[in-house]
Design a protein around this ligand. Structure first.
Ligand code: PEP
Length: 249
């Protein structure tokens, strides 16, 4: 049985006040069934979030990390530093990082390894562009991204991973993959994993991301191979995010 994970990526949004709002709101609610809930605020808010979330079910995530543990990398943050602030999860390979910061599959892999070495669970994001989908290459692209990382990890490392399927054309566009489209890709990812680690394939959490909202979450989360959501825009609105969490499980 896979425990659902709902995780909110604030990107370069939010404020110290929003951290407080989430801390207060989540201290008062009781989620209907077991679900892991995580917020990935921008780096400057991590410490405030750790304090604000301490009496809530909210866990702490980061949005990226540098592959090195320290050194001359102006503006960057290492996994070790994130660990000091109680970060449990980190996004790696988000399409904005791949596209706007030219992160290659190799660099994504290096970041995954750095996170694992720091004791932080990577959430590996994968997804095809609209052109790739229209050309009929969605599955090939996604399985290449998954395989590039997963096939290089030790079995014990693979067990620390979460995968997020985020079709690039659905991120921040209001255009969601249908539950059937999302389920089809999740089943392909799970079948691919089963090809070299059947036990892992059963336990691996697969998240859907791409314009998930309070309105469409229930239908997406009801799919057999969707174990949670990676939420962008809707994770900035506390009521919407709580409604999504309540749809899980
Ligand atoms: C994301 O940034 O990972 C994301 C899924 O964003 P949105 O929910 O806004 O599409």
């Amino acid at each position: 049985m896979r425990k659902p994970l709902i995780t909110g990526n604030w990107k370069m949004n939010g404020s110290a006040g929003l951290v407080e709002t989430f801390g207060r709101a989540f201290a008062e609610i009781e989620l209907p069934s077991p679900v892991d809930v995580v917020i990935h605020p921008p780096f400057p808010y991590l410490d405030a979030a750790r304090r604000a979330f301490s009496d809530t079910p909210l866990g702490l995530g980061a949005q990226t990390l540098n592959p090195l543990s320290s050194g001359a990398r102006t503006g960057e943050v290492s996994g070790q530093m994130l660990g000091e602030f109680g970060v449990e999860y980190v996004l790696v390979g988000h399409s904005e990082r791949r596209q706007l910061f030219q992160e290659s599959d190799e660099q994504v892999y290096e970041r995954v390894v750095a996170a694992l070495q720091a004791g932080i669970s990577p959430i590996l994001c994968v997804g095809e562009t609209l052109e790739e989908r229209d050309a009929g290459h969605s599955e090939e692209v996604v399985l290449r991204q998954v395989g590039y990382v997963m096939a290089r990890l030790e079995p014990s490392q693979r067990r620390q991973m979460t995968l997020a399927y985020e079709p690039v054309w659905a991120i921040g566009t209001g255009r969601t993959a249908t539950p059937e489209q999302a389920q089809q890709m999740m089943a392909a990812i799970r079948a691919y994993q089963a090809g070299f680690d059947r036990e892992l394939a059963e336990s691996l959490r697969l998240l859907y991301g791409g314009s998930m909202s309070a309105d469409n979450a229930r239908a997406l989360l009801a799919q057999q191979d969707i174990d949670g959501g990676l939420i962008g825009g809707a994770s900035l609105k506390v009521d919407d995010f709580i409604a999504i969490c309540q749809s899980a499980g």
